[in-house]
Ligand binder design. Sequence first.
Ligand SMILES: O=C(O)CCC(=O)C(=O)O
Length: 296
Amino acid sequence: MLGVADEFEAAARQWRHDGWALVEGLVPEADIDAVRDDLAHLYGTDTFDDYNRAGFFGDGAPEGKQFRGSQFNGMRGFPFGGSGALNDLLVHPRMRGFADAAMQSDDLRIYQAAVWGKWAGAVNYEQPLHQDSNHSLLPPRMEPGFWHLEGFLYLSDVDEDCAPPRLVPRSSVSDDTDYERLYDHEVVATGKRGSFLAYRSDVWHRGTDFGRHDASRFVMVISFKPGGAEWFGYDAFPRFGSDARFSKFVAGKGPDELALFGIPRPGHPYWNAATIDAMAKKHLGLDMSPWSDALR
Ligand SMILES: O=C(O)CCC(=O)C(=O)O
């Protein structure tokens, strides 16, 4: 049987070579459809808290390619309320399998986790081509151990009219390509729900606006970095150490899933009888037996 790594090797290779790949059908549509109620809950109850601290941009001119603060109003950060299905998508084994294969590592961390909704007519979502310089304190070195992977898991079908991201494959241009000429090389990342757009911060890309007035777009924003690559960051999950939604999320999860959020694996020197006991009390429902087994 093919493992996720074999099944998606071509896309993983494209990500390494071109800096981006659209992995169609990475997460089965049924798993995406299962989060519909959580999405409704998220946008029905959660209030906008300026996730990106983008309010200061203002909205500038209504036409043309611009960053507008309100393009980001639809972003909501992990952990999400509701049934927990939306949170669980973050550790979907096939998404993790693809990230491991692309980044050639089985010791990854998630450093950004959010959901982003966009609605036709809410704002002009058209952006200029840009490279993300807000994920790292260092200039990019896109090689194993030093790179990162930014991703959008499509939670709704993203067709030409549904504000699809546009990207410029790295192999189409060089560092000397004139900025205006970059637009000639754009590709459009349309895909059904369950598709995963993986890219990197050295890739020129941009958001676009809707082509029809009755459309919306929902994506899960998820970024991975190698364990130990402290120069990458965006969200700070330790803030949720005593958040009931985080405790609900970790209940029933295993060491590999929790390592993605920085929780040390069994055998790490942090763990002794006292810390294992305290962890079990802090997050009721978390089975600490893999950690206590490793002490023996
Ligand atoms: O939402 C998108 O399609 C891309 C957005 C983007 O690139 C950004 O806001 O930096």
